[in-house]
Every structure is written in C-alpha cells, then in structure tokens.
Write a protein that binds this ligand. Structure first.
Ligand code: UD1
Length: 415
C-alpha cells in the first residue's frame, strides 16, 4: 500500500472483519527465533513492510527466512554479526535483534534504529540492560558494536521506565544468559506475554511476564516450534474507530475485546453501541457522538499510545471537547495537521491533543507522517464528506497489510 490512498468518505461500514496477527508480536518473535536451534514457523503473519525488513535482517545475518503461504519459516543459525544498515535504521524494532544475535555470536554490529518520528525513542535502556548482563557497547561511526565474548550472565535489573522493547530484550538475553535474571519495572503489554509464551514453549523458563517483575532462569536450550502470534489489538482498535467515524455496524472478530477495552469503553462513552463477546466485539454508531473529556495514554491495561490518534480521529466531529495526553511519546499527534485540513479544530499543546469537537469534516489532501497517525487520517477520512487523498501511505504499510481492503470489504470506497 505504498504511496497514495484516496478515500470517498461519508459511507457507513457494515459487516464482519477478521483481525490479523499483531505486528508488535511478530517482530519480537522473528528476533527470538534467532535463539532457537531448530526451525521456527510463525503462522498467518500479515505481509507488512516491517515484517519484510525483519526477514531482510535475518537473511543478512545468514538465517533462512521465507514465506510459505501466509506462514513464515525461519531456520539456520546466524553466521554474520553485522546487521544491514538500511533496514536496521528504518525500523525501531531492529534493536530487538541485538540481544539474540549477541547471545548466539558473542558480537553484534547494529545501528541506531529509527522508525516513526513520534519522539526521541532512544535505546539506552536496552544497551544498559545488556551491559549489566556482561556486554560491552561501543560506537564506531554509524554502527553500534556490542560484544560479550564470554557470553551473557544473569543479573538483577531495574528498568528506568516500563519499556516494551527493553523488556523483550531482557527476556531474550535472559534465556541465553548463565544464571537467574530478575527484571524489576517490566512493561506488562500482552505482546510481552506472547513472547514469553513462545520462548517457554521453545524450552525457556520465564515466569511473571505480564507483571512488573519477571524471572528468567538461564541458560535454556531453545528448540524450534510452530506458533500462532496473538491478534493485533491496535488493528482491532483501528477498525472500532473506523466504525465510530464512518457510522454503521462492524463486528471485529478474532481478537478478545479485553485486549483493547479502553478504546471500546471510550467509544461507548461517546455514544457508540458496543457489544463484547469472548473473541469478538461489535461497534455500532447511528447518531452523533459526544466528546470524551480528558483521556491519557499509558502502559497496558491503560489506553495504548498507539491507539490515541485513532481514538482522536473517531471523535473529531463529536459534540463537546476531547483532550488526549500521551504520556509515552512526546510527538504522538503529527496527524493533527491533517485533521485540521479536514476541518477539525485540533491543536497540539505539548503532549496533549485538544479537540474542540462540533466541526463537520470534509475531504482534503493530507500527508501521513507516521504509522498510527497515518491510519488515523484514514479513519477521519471515512467520516468526512467528499474525497480525501492521503500521501505517505508507506508509513501505514509498516503496520497494516491490507487496511484499504479490510475497509473496502465493509463498504468503504477506497482506492
Ligand atoms: C513498542 C511498540 C510501539 C508502541 C510502544 C509503546 C513494538 C514493535 N512497538 O515500541 O508500537 O508505541 O511500544 O507502547 O512493540 N525508552 C527510552 N529508552 C529505551 C527504551 C525506551 O527512553 O531504551 C522510552 C521511549 O522513548 C518511550 C518509552 O520509553 O518514551 C516507551 O518506549 P517503548 O515501550 O520502549 O517502545 P517500543 O518498545 O519501541
């Protein structure tokens, strides 16, 4: 879906849509597969550009990583420690390959990762955790060189903040390290639990994933398995917000509503009808919506930072104000400019997006500046009268394999 997308807004959405596997699970699982001595098969993976970048990293270090239908098969030990600069710099999640490659090869040469421009997003907590487990980190030009010739050792660690990625780095490093690793201040996101479940099924000994204290007994001999990653709760949130923006009646299947209940609760409070099943939710909107007042993002089970622009997009024309403060990233609301071009009263003050509400939306030419902000422009465009042209859709392709097709199947007119 690179390039441009055109949305004819004002058409309600009806039908059922299946939620694909979570990007934020698949990426760490692909990194973790480097730790396994036998082949790993990930089932039903969406073809996202971030996934293709991970496969390119795996191949560049000597692993075999291939699509087999909708599944991905990864095999072979890594042989080269140098990660490819282009993919590594393009995607922040490339930092997740550092710990497993270091564990297998004793050395990894990576780069400072980039990714969406939604804030500073340093990787210092990943590096400091690895250092506390016996690694040495140095910088050579554009490259970060991490070595642990004598292997990693278990340690008692405390993260300065609940970082999802740094928690995943410690999970992977801890499986390879000699002795017990105890991580205090871990992030509690469901994707971390999914990674721990995967590693445990491969032979790992991880306890406490999903709480803020995780214990890992290493070293573990990990074998390969076939694994189905958890559903994408941010994609489910996107579809729920799309129904709220466009109006209509949409069933979001294959994802437990408990995984994104803050989003469903906000939409329900704003005037949508929400019906929750065990593994599906139905979101209906007929009449006008109300502003949601003051909202803040936070770690799980709070409102996910990735869902914040999507919720905003659904509430742009609601009656009454909404404020959304993002506590995780400092530049989350780059989509506000596009919202304004569509007629919304949307202002960013510090980390808070302020929506006046009450403004009918119209089509406009807008530009996606990051993944979730780009998807939020699509969500807003569904509820806007007339045609919206969205440039920069390569950002959207990083996290949605077929957003246009999914929405078209529900009745949206998207090219
Ligand atoms: C993951 C998700 C991303 C989501 C984010 C927060 C993946 C692939 N991506 O990103 O979609 O938006 O969680 O839920 O799972 N921090 C540091 N130093 C570090 C690491 C983090 O200062 O070494 C800070 C970051 O700048 C940020 C906060 O910690 O302010 C949280 O970031 P983190 O949870 O690490 O995000 P990611 O794992 O990169």
């Amino acid at each position: 879906m690179g390039g441009t997308m055109t949305v004819e807004g004002g058409r309600p959405l009806y039908g059922t849509v299946e939620v694909p596997a979570a990007k934020n699970s698949v990426l760490p699982l692909l990194a973790a597969s480097v730790l396994c001595s036998g082949p790993v098969r990930l089932e039903q993976v969406p073809r996202l550009s971030d996934v293709e970048d991970c496969l390119a990293i795996l191949r560049a270090v000597g692993c075999t990583a291939v699509w087999e239908g909708e599944d991905i098969q990864v095999s072979g030990p890594p042989v080269w420690c140098r990660m490819p600069l282009e993919e590594t710099e393009r995607m922040r999640a490339s930092v997740l390959f550092a710990a497993p490659l270091l564990a297998r090869l004793g050395r990894v040469e990576t780069a400072l990762p980039g990714g969406c421009r939604i804030g500073a997003r340093p990787v210092d907590w990943h590096l400091s955790a690895l250092e506390q487990m016996g690694a040495k980190v140095s910088q050579a030009g554009q490259r970060l060189v991490i070595t642990a010739p004598a292997g990693l050792r278990g340690a008692e660690l405390c993260l300065p903040g609940p970082s999802v990625g740094a928690t995943e780095t410690v999970l992977m490093a801890g499986c390879a390290a000699r002795g017990l690793t105890i991580l205090h201040g871990a992030a509690k996101e469901p994707e971390i639990v999914d990674l721990a479940d995967f590693l445990n099924r491969c032979g790992g000994k991880i306890d406490g994933a999903g709480t803020d204290e995780i214990r890992i007994e290493g070293p573990c001999v990990l074998h390969g398995i076939s694994y189905r990653p958890m559903p994408d709760r941010i994609c489910a949130s996107t579809l729920a917000c799309a129904a709220a923006s466009a109006r209509g009646w949409v069933t979001i299947a294959g994802c437990s509503p408990s995984l994104y209940s803050p989003v469903l609760d906000i939409l329900e409070g704003a005037g949508c009808t929400v019906m929750r099943g065990t593994s599906s939710a139905t979101v209906g909107r007929m009449g006008a919506l109300r502003g949601a007042g003051h909202l803040v993002t936070g770690g799980y089970p709070g409102l996910a930072t990735d869902a914040a622009p999507l919720v905003a997009a659904a509430l742009l024309s609601a009656e009454g104000k909404t404020w959304i403060q993002d506590r995780v990233f400092e530049a989350r609301f780059g989509c506000a400019e596009g919202f304004r071009a569509m007629g919304a009263a949307a202002a960013v003050r510090g980390r808070t997006l302020e929506l006046e509400g009450g403004c009918p939306l119209h089509g406009a030419d807008v530009t996606a500046r990051d993944l979730r902000g780009g998807a939020a422009l699509v969500v807003a465009a569904l509820g806007a009268a007339g045609r919206t042209r969205i440039e920069g859709c390569e950002y959207i392709a990083r996290g949605y394999a077929s957003l246009g097709e999914m929405l078209s199947a529900l009745g949206a007119r998207i090219v």
